[in-house]
Design a protein around this ligand. Structure first.
Ligand SMILES: [Zn+2]
Length: 431
């Protein structure tokens, strides 16, 4: 089972100076930066997924989803996706580069943002190894399997568009001589309708299916979908799970013959989760999660800035406490300070993160207590000291600090690496 990371132009400055919080002098964004697969050995994933909607603006595509400039899009098409992502050469020659349309980005539109012809050209020009047919997302997944006549308005249209597109997409890919391996996108309003779609795709000639619309679904519902699918399709047909957000439960999915899946969750949780920001292999098997230690830059943090603007906090006072927190944490890390002193200094600064939002003092204190418990656990276990990955060996304690994208993304890269190993171990156990 291959783990693919869904690229959203994530890179860091390898020469970032943590002590001054500055980029290397003269650093050029992207050109001097490195992707996770460049920074880390071994690479923290088996392949990359690139969504067309992240690259190419089109009618119906939400602007916020487009991550590439026009110049970057043109360079990707000219140089190829591998060269653009610096994911080429002997080291990565067997790795998968999968393209899809990123159906979430145009979910509100009546039709998919890109017609099959344009998608085939895009995958071909950019040199993807695999490409998913242009689908139209269906959000419902009703486990009581209602018939088509009871499906919500618009759902059947989306179901039919997805299948018609898949047929046309396969015809065009065939006419081009299969420059990439095509995957047929599965959408449906229930496990049964998804299984029906999968059977139709097999009949068209697809050997690899991509299951869409999984992101909002609960683990049990995803399992029901896979049971229905596996009962209906050939055992040798490959399955890819698109946007598998429940990545942590992968051990429950080893019996469905899944060939590959993609997820961004290990990276995203490094800076979007309330407490699971740093992954570590658990001695009991599975994963342990730690809260990162929040020491944001006082003059850049929106909450703190609010307080400063409203005259509740003084900028100088905040910066002094910020500096103290950083110093105490680094001292503790180097063995020259106590965990308790680091904890106190960190909390002395963190109290301002919730003080400025105008809630009653009781709620603030409750919040602070919760944060203290999380920080204390992270300091006690000091998980960054136990990790030997390329990120943690070099960045040390900086990786656990919730502060600036260079630390937060590094922590995300580390999580990808830990997660990747977790997937490999899980598969070995179930072999
Ligand atoms: Zn690490």
């Amino acid at each position: 089972m291959k783990f693919l990371y869904s690229d959203t132009q994530d890179y860091v400055d390898p020469e970032y100076d943590f002590l001054t919080d500055r980029n290397a002098p003269g650093r050029r964004r992207y050109w001097d930066d490195v992707y996770a697969h460049e920074l880390m050995t071994p690479s923290p994933y088996d392949g990359l997924l690139v969504s067309m909607s992240a690259v190419r603006q089109a009618d119906g595509v939400a602007k916020s989803k487009v991550r590439y400039s026009t110049a970057e899009e043109q360079r990707m098409l000219r140089d190829g996706v591998r060269k653009f992502l610096r994911y080429g050469g002997p080291k990565f020659k067997d790795s998968m580069v999968l393209g899809d349309c990123g159906a979430f980005a145009y979910a509100d539109s009546e039709t998919p943002a890109y017609p099959p012809q344009e998608v085939v050209e895009f995958y071909t020009d950019a040199g993807f190894t695999h490409g998913v047919s242009p689908d139209h997302i269906i959000f419902d997944c009703l486990t009581d399997n209602p018939p088509a006549s009871e499906a919500a308005p618009g759902v059947i249209e989306r179901f039919d568009i997805t299948l018609a597109n898949a047929r046309e997409f396969l015809r065009l890919t065939d006419a081009e001589g299969y420059p990439f391996e095509p995957l047929g996108a599965v959408q449906g309003w229930s496990p049964k309708s998804m299984a029906d779609a999968a059977v139709q795709l097999e009949k068209m000639g697809y050997r690899y299916l991509a299951i869409g619309g999984l992101v909002p679904l609960k683990v049990d519902v995803i399992k029901q979908v896979l049971h229905a699918l596996r009962d209906a399709i050939k055992p040798e047909t490959n399955i890819h799970l698109l946007g598998f957000a429940k990545a942590d439960t992968i051990h429950q999915f080893t019996n469905f013959g899944i060939t590959s899946f993609d997820s961004t969750s290990p990276l995203i949780r490094a800076f979007k989760d309330a407490k699971a920001n740093y992954y570590l292999e658990s001695p009991k098997g599975g994963l342990d999660y730690y809260a990162a230690i929040r020491i944001p830059q006082a003059i850049e943090n929106p909450r703190l800035m609010q307080g400063i603007k409203r005259g509740i906090f003084s900028a100088e006072d905040l910066q002094r406490r910020e500096e103290k927190a950083l110093t105490a944490l680094r001292k503790f890390d180097s063995g020259n300070g106590k965990a308790k002193d680091a904890l106190d200094a960190v909390m002395d600064y963190q109290q301002f993160l919730t003080l400025g939002d105008g809630h009653p003092i009781e709620q603030h204190e409750k919040e602070l207590k919760k944060m203290r418990v999380l920080v204390e656990r992270t300091l006690e276990d000091a998980p960054w000291k136990r990790c030997r990955c390329s990120v943690c060996s070099k960045a040390g304690v900086e990786v656990i600090i919730f502060r600036s994208s260079n630390r937060n993304k590094r922590r995300g890269f580390h999580n990808l690496g830990v997660y990747h190993k977790h997937v490999q171990r899980t598969l070995e156990k179930h072999r």
